[in-house]
Design a protein around this ligand. Structure first.
Ligand code: SAM
Length: 370
């Protein structure tokens, strides 16, 4: 039987256009080292798994500080590093990076490496096999693509109330499931570190919640609907498509973890925070705003890196008769999006859309069953 579709199968050009994600990992290096110290003696060979590793640039920065701490522990430790992503990930890029000059394999005392092409919503490793699990900028992707009547928007936070409540429940179930599977794989005392875009309560928004805001959200919606108006994309497709992501609030994360606990998962929340940034800090490409064409090009590439696989599957291909036509629609979409971002960047302080980042970070500890 064919495997069901996953939300981000076949992402492209991610490494070249992931400054946001890399910055978030760098911001958490101290936390990674701290938890490496706390987990170094749980398994005979300490093992980290990075879930949603992508093609490698971010994942290497996640795993390297942990391995550095473990290798220094006496006696000089053997260590293991596992990289998990969907089969459509760019595994060749990841392999060259791991085994390349600046990779983690060329060092003395190299780690045992496993590349695992699996869906992280399933159980992947044997019970107690891991010491530390990480997931950076990955768990906001839901387990399945979503179709729901959502006229005027491609984004979860602007859905009509009932559709919003329904998708929220799916997102909580997904996260509970993710935590449950990771806890099974960790040794007692092992930690799961998750960090990705989050949301906060905000009474001024349609559903009472404001998500981490990227300008890619409004520009993707505006571009898709402009193409509907010009007869290039089918209205019913755009009206029923929502990008399969969800940014949890701190309370959402807590209740999903409690859901996993109520289903028999022995764990506790050890750390949970939400951090905000706006202005230049929220937009690592903000330094390019003085050159609007460069800013617009880089922003559009970042959009392509994370959104292309889902837009292709749900909008471009079903609106076309041939793969060539679908590729042309994609080019038109990104060209228009780039032009719109450029025009907005040219407005300087009067830009219509600004970024405001909200990052949710959670550490969950596997405990003994009482
Ligand atoms: C935005 S990238 C993050 C890559 C890296 N962790 C970083 O921070 O740079 C998200 C990754 O999660 C992966 N992903 C999404 N859903 C997944 C799933 N269900 N199972 C495994 N990987 C998944 C995507 O394929 C993608 O490579």
């Amino acid at each position: 039987m064919a495997e069901p579709a996953r939300a981000t199968h076949g992402m492209i050009d991610y490494d070249l256009n992931s400054v946001d994600q890399i910055k978030n990992i760098e911001d958490h290096e101290t936390l990674l080292r701290e938890y490496a110290g706390k987990t170094q003696s749980l398994n005979e060979v300490p093992a980290i798994a990075d879930f949603g590793c992508g093609p490698g640039l971010g994942s290497l920065r996640t795993v390297r500080p942990v391995l550095d701490v473990w290798r220094k522990a006496p006696p000089a430790q053997r260590v293991s590093a596992c990289f998990v992503d969907l089969p459509g990930n760019d595994w060749s890029a990841l392999r060259s990076r791991l085994f390349g000059q600046d990779g983690i394999v060329s060092k003395p005392n190299p780690p045992q490496i496993q590349l695992v092409a699996r869906d992280f919503y399933k159980e992947i490793f044997p019970k107690n096999a891991l010491s530390l699990s990480t997931a950076f900028y990955a768990t906001h992707w839901l387990s399945r693509p979503q179709t729901t009547l959502s006229p005027g928007t491609l984004w979860f936070h602007e859905l009509p109330a009932l559709a919003y409540a329904d998708l929220r429940q799916k997102a909580l179930n997904d996260f509970a499931h993710f935590v449950k599977n990771r806890m099974h794989e960790l040794a007692t005392g092992g930690r799961l570190i998750v960090s990705t875009m989050g949301s906060v309560a905000d009474r001024n928004t349609r559903n009472g919640v404001a998500p981490s805001r990227s300008i890619l959200m409004p520009f993707a919606t505006e571009t898709a609907y402009a193409m509907v108006k010009d007869g290039l994309l089918e209205q019913s497709l755009v009206d029923n498509f929502v990008v399969a992501v969800w940014f949890l609030t701190a309370d959402d994360a807590r209740s999903a973890i409690h859901q996993a606990m109520s289903q028999g998962t022995a764990c506790e929340i050890e750390h949970l925070d939400i951090k905000f940034s706006d202005g230049q800090d929220a937009d690592p490409l903000g330094g390019l705003l003085m050159t609007p064409h460069l800013y617009a090009r880089k922003k559009t590439k970042a959009a392509r890196a994370v959104l292309h696989s889902t837009l292709k599957a749900h909008l471009f291909t079903p609106s076309s008769d041939t793969p060539f036509e679908a590729a042309q629609l994609a080019e038109i979409f990104y060209e228009r999006m780039e032009r719109a971002i450029w025009a907005d960047a040219c407005r300087g302080p009067n830009r219509r859309h600004l970024e405001k980042k909200t990052i949710l970070t959670v550490v969950v500890k596997k405990t003994e069953h009482s």
